[in-house]
Design a binder for this molecule. Sequence first.
Ligand code: C5P
Length: 221
Amino acid sequence: VREPDLAGRHVVISAGGTREPLDPVRFLGNRSSGKQGYALARTAAARGARVTLVAANTALPDPAGVDVVPVGTAVQLREAVLKAAADADAVVMAAAVADFRPATYAAGKIKKRDGQEPAPITLVRNPDILAEISVDRARPGQVIVGFAAETDDVLANGRRKLERKGCDLLVVNEVGERKTFGAEENEAVVLAADGGETPVPHGPKEALADTVWDLVAARLG
Ligand code: C5P
């Protein structure tokens, strides 16, 4: 059993993947299962934290003792995270948030018509929640953690992303068709704004989660 080193702390975790609707039956989505975010929620609760889990389109059982807030789109996820972050000691953005959403939503199902070319889908940018909460910290000393899935130049791209977003820690994963998304295990490097670099060997998502909480707890002092 671990020390309850997060006792008295409130942590907010986003998990899963947003779905951006085109019409009542279709959406643009991604392959995030939410398993890493749920592992973060379970391990934080085991270490004594009060946990708010903002869950985007996950199909996983609610972790015991965790406050789960279900959301669908990036805009809904932003609202829920900003609300919960107001009194949080740490925010971990493990969700795969769509960078873009369809510019328009069709109230009725989009139909195919004989002899007509399909209509193009126009996209608009979603808010970057991680960048926003990193720049406008809800509390001094609040620790903000992001995730980055990269397919190449993993460390260099991760370091650039950490700086661009302004968060304290960035968990960098290498992804591919059979890597990370939906898997039970993960392998990553945690980059810190102060220059730190913590490799996490291939293993269960709980082990990566505990490394993240070790680094967060050290920063909370
Ligand atoms: O820029 P990229 O999508 O690779 O960044 C990934 C990180 O940023 C994740 O922590 C994700 O939760 C967060 N993110 C966000 N808002 C977006 C896109 C990503 O908070 N619109």
